[in-house]
Design a protein around this ligand. Structure first.
Ligand code: UDP
Length: 325
């Protein structure tokens, strides 16, 4: 297959590209490198430096290739930042996505896999969250992703666009090669911050909130390996070859771990202490987010390969010991 990977130089996108190249698919990466890394994209892959809001440049890329499908990873994705500057989130995550969708329509490319998020749900109503859970985002980041999901439903009806929105829970870990991994600046995510604290980097780990209504008072999340997210994307494209419409699937392992449990796991995996201090809650964080991925398992045939937290952490640890970028 020939695929356009928008945002293929980012954390999840770069793992996707690697996954596709290993399976001999033909890949073009389009990325503005605002948060991604050129070094995360293999040399043999065609790389276009561009913004998906640039209709002219995008149109030239579509004119130069016959893509079977597009995977769209470009987004701003920090909850706190979205609260402070929602215009940037709506412009980038919705406005620019509309430019990409129009370019696909113009070029006659009718399959899309879209990176969505557990943040479309807001506060959970039960133990686990399945696709029938109400979507009531509590921040502009979640709103922006939910709006695109709605656009995709309209696009299916109006233009016949086939799409799958994959709602990631907490993406984590790194490729076993340790040649690519998670590298944000500034880093806000728990697992990289825990591992950086072990290495004495990053100015100290803060545990945000110890008074949540959870088993130990810290937030509970469902960590899913980044290569398992990649496998779901490829299965989603195969699904779209057989099904018309706009589909949504939740992706997580179905087990929740508290911040304190992640710290304990990191101590086991690294054999070193994780220095940390307790701090107030971070605005916008729900107490618990755990996926039911029953639908993805049943309909896509998805089965996470790395479903043990310690294994996810060890893959991230190998990367953090020697990051390439
Ligand atoms: N967290 C923390 N310290 C950090 C980063 C995150 O205590 O340095 C907590 C955060 O409050 C949340 C959980 O860890 O409860 C996961 O946060 P992350 O930013 O990794 O992912 P999110 O769930 O926001 O997508």
């Amino acid at each position: 297959m020939k695929l356009l990977i928008c945002g293929g130089a980012g954390y999840v996108g770069s793992h996707m590209v690697r996954y596709l190249v290993e399976r001999r698919h033909d890949v073009v990466v389009y990325d503005d490198l605002s948060t991604g890394h050129r070094a995360s994209v293999p040399d043999e892959v065609t790389f276009v430096h561009g913004d998906i809001g640039d209709a002219g440049k995008l149109g030239r890329v579509f004119a130069g290739h016959r893509f079977d499908a597009v995977m769209h990873f470009c987004a701003r994705s920090l909850v706190g930042e979205s609260v402070v500057d929602p215009y940037v989130y709506y412009q980038n995550n919705i406005g620019n996505t509309l430019v990409l969708l129009a370019a696909m329509n113009q070029a006659g490319v009718d399959k899309l896999v879209f990176s969505s998020t557990a943040a479309v749900f807001g506060h959970p109503h039960g133990e686990t969250i399945d696709e029938s859970h109400p979507t009531e985002p509590i921040n502009p980041y979640g709103q922006s992703k939910l709006m695109v999901e709605k656009v995709l439903a309209d696009a299916a009806r109006a233009y016949g666009l086939r799409s799958v929105a994959l709602r990631y829970f907490n993406a984590a870990g790194a490729d076993p090669s340790a040649t690519i991994g998670e590298a944000h600046d500034p880093e806000t995510h728990l697992i990289p911050n825990v591992l950086k604290a072990v290495l004495g980097q990053g100015g100290g780990l803060k545990v945000f909130g110890t008074d949540y209504d959870t088993r130990d008072g810290t937030c509970v999340r469902d960590y899913v390996h980044v290569n398992d997210l990649a496998s779901a994307h490829l299965l989603a494209i195969e699904y779209l070859a057989k099904h018309e419409g706009a589909f949504r699937f939740n992706l997580g392992n179905g087990s929740g771990f508290s911040v304190k449990e992640v710290i304990a796991a990191a101590e086991r995996v690294t054999g070193r202490p994780v220095p940390h201090e307790f701090a107030p809650r971070r605005p916008g964080d729900p107490a618990t987010l755990v996926a039911s991925s029953h639908q993805a398992r049943e309909k896509l045939g998805w089965k996470p390969a790395v479903d043990v937290l310690d294994d996810i952490l060890s893959s991230a640890w190998r990367w953090h010991l020697e990051p390439r970028y």
